[in-house]
Design a protein around this ligand. Structure first.
Ligand SMILES: [Ca+2]
Ligand SMILES: [Ca+2]
Length: 374
């Protein structure tokens, strides 16, 4: 346990792939800024005309209670991915999907409470930590959990007073911290609660938790292809769900971070943490907060190079996880960015942006939404 290498590995495990993802963002910060610049170029050009929405009617449904609060995503084709952004968004490739129903909003605290009340389910953040998402045979298989991390909890972001507080040696670890007692009912840790937040997206749910919710609800997590297709809202060439301009008419259309990252979020969009779902306009499929608010788990394992081999029709995602930065950890895809996303940093709110997280761990800016396939 005193081996610094082991200690570092365990800390890495405890902080999850969330931090790993941010580490990627650190590594590619210049890429992110380039992306922002490119976006700026896009904003200076005429908006791309919207593709016509496929004229396909949703299947006739009677009184299926699962479909309450869901919207129909019609079948169709689109180009998934992007050129000249992040390496894992390349290459753009054609995908054809059958139609499906999707939750109009992120799963809320009220939704999740109905699930836990009905089932008694205890989330991974509320249980003693286990090394559930370590691949067998990997270098990490026999690490032990350090005592300070060996208690229920989850990942939160600290408030830094200044960028001077960022320790270059720790990087993103300077502001991300494992907080014992943080879970979906205590988003900022002990002392916090869900008062006035029942209509906010649930957070601190792991991919495994989301799966259990889906089983109870008779739904599924979207595949990554379903998520991106739905996020585009029928506009297959645009950067954002509503077009290529991030702030049309000067308005904020999603809950992200404004101000100096990660020191001060000035909340120009009205929120410095999660926002009630439906606080911003829906996209043209009727999906709220598909960009921003909280990251959303997808069904797929994460593989950086999956787009090079993805099948065209209803791609199911790869059969195993492979993040070259942490090959020994099983990771799943996250999409859409969150209230922590800044144009100075991850730019994860673009429709093509990909993120990944260790499947047994949540964080205070990560949730999910579900689909139903007819
Ligand atoms: Ca915000
Ligand atoms: Ca979202």
């Amino acid at each position: 346990m005193k081996n610094p290498v082991i200690a570092a590995s365990v800390f890495l495990l405890a902080v999850l792939s969330l931090v790993a993802s941010l580490t990627l963002s650190v590594r590619t910060d210049s890429g992110s800024m380039e992306t922002a610049s490119q976006t700026g170029n896009a904003e200076s050009t005429a908006a791309q005309p919207a593709d016509p929405l496929p004229e396909v009617k949703p299947p006739v449904v009677s009184e299926d209670p699962r479909l309450k609060g869901m919207v129909w995503i019609p079948p169709g084709k689109f180009m998934m991915g992007e050129i000249d952004t992040m390496p894992d968004e390349f290459p753009p490739h054609e995908v054809e999907l059958d139609g499906f129903w999707m939750d109009a909003t992120e799963v809320t605290n009220a939704d999740f409470e109905a699930f836990t009340d009905a089932t008694g389910y205890i989330t991974t953040a509320e249980r003693a930590p286990e090394l559930r998402s370590i691949k067998r045979g990997s270098d990490l298989e026999n690490v032990e959990i350090l005592p300070e991390f060996n208690k229920p909890g989850s990942i939160c972001s600290l408030q830094l007073d200044s960028r001077k507080d960022i320790d270059p040696a720790k990087g993103a670890y300077s502001w991300w911290q494992y907080v014992p007692g943080a879970d979906w009912k205590h988003p900022e840790g002990p002392g916090s609660n869900l008062e006035d937040r029942m209509d906010h997206p649930v957070v601190h749910v792991s991919w495994l938790d989301a799966q259990e919710y889906c089983k109870w609800a008779g739904k599924h997590l979207p595949t990554e292809a379903q998520w991106e297709y739905a996020a585009r809202g029928g506009h297959s060439k645009d950067t954002y769900p509503w077009g290529n301009e991030r702030n049309p008419d000067g308005k904020w259309l999603h809950n992200i971070w404004q101000g100096e990252f990660p020191v001060e979020d000035i909340g120009e969009d009205g929120f410095t943490r999660t926002a009630p779902v439906r606080s911003f306009p829906a996209n043209d499929y009727g999906l709220f907060d598909i960009s921003g608010n909280v990251w959303e788990w997808c069904a797929d394992y994460y593989q950086l190079e999956y787009y090079s081999e993805s099948p065209t029709h209803n791609p199911p995602g790869p059969t195993s996880s492979l993040d070259p930065q942490e090959p020994g950890i099983i990771k799943r895809v996250q999409r859409g960015g969150s209230f922590m996303c800044s144009d100075q940093y991850c730019v994860g709110y673009r429709v093509t942006a990909r993120m990944k997280g260790e499947e047994d761990t949540g964080a205070f800016h990560t949730g999910f939404r579900c689909i139903v396939v007819p």
